[in-house]
Design a protein. Structure first.
Length: 203
């Protein structure tokens, strides 16, 4: 569903720090500047998948093919970490052209008027070495509501050219009607399970 992210998925963006040549009287960099590691989402290797019950019988799966975002992880002060993601709802893909067109219509995601779903973090708490509890806001259609998710680090690696990569993943459930998407509740479930799997490169 579209509520996915806005994620579906926009968690608070990290602005690029300007390059400054430090002189002898230049102020010391802040703790956040020293310790926050910035990452940018690789849309081509990230996934946004949703699951909804169809006719009370089968679990039906679809996806959004485009997600962008950035996040910063501060190992010294996890509360200073930030996450921001944006999902292009017009990129919905359910392996059915007619169904995709219906889901983009005013009955559902209304992509002509609301082409994006976003999630932006408001607070971050580190649970353990690989898990962060992120409280933020999900914007879908005309509604913005609080949403808390848990991101788990799935791994680290090296990309082409030696880029440092990190993987994050979260799964959560939302009620689509709470974001103003109540069409066909009954034949289609109201509860939507969303998985967001991110690969991002260190900046």
């Amino acid at each position: 569903m579209k509520s996915i992210f806005a994620a579906t998925f926009a968690l608070a963006g990290l602005a690029a720090l300007p390059f400054v040549v430090a002189g002898p009287n230049a102020p010391a960099p802040s703790a956040a500047a020293r310790h926050t590691t910035a990452y940018k989402v690789d849309s081509g290797h990230s996934s946004v998948i949703f699951c909804v019950k169809h006719m009370g019988a089968a679990n039906f799966y679809g996806r959004f093919n485009e997600i962008k975002g950035e996040f910063g992880i501060d190992d010294h002060d996890p509360a200073a970490s930030t996450f921001s993601f944006t999902v292009n709802t017009d990129s919905i893909d359910t392996n059915g052209e007619g169904r995709d067109k219906h889901l983009k219509s005013e009955e559902f995601f209304n992509t002509g008027k609301y082409p994006e779903m976003t999630f932006t973090s408001k607070s971050v708490k580190q649970i353990d070495a690989k898990t962060w509890e992120v409280a933020g806001e999900l914007k879908l259609l005309a509604e913005t509501k609080p949403l808390t998710v848990k991101f788990e680090k799935t791994g680290e690696g090296k990309g082409r050219g030696g880029a440092e990569l990190i993987g994050l993943e979260t799964t959560f459930t939302v009620k689509r009607s709470e974001w103003g998407m109540a069409a066909l509740v009954g034949p289609l479930g109201d509860d939507v399970k969303i998985t967001v799997a991110i690969e991002a490169a260190k900046q």
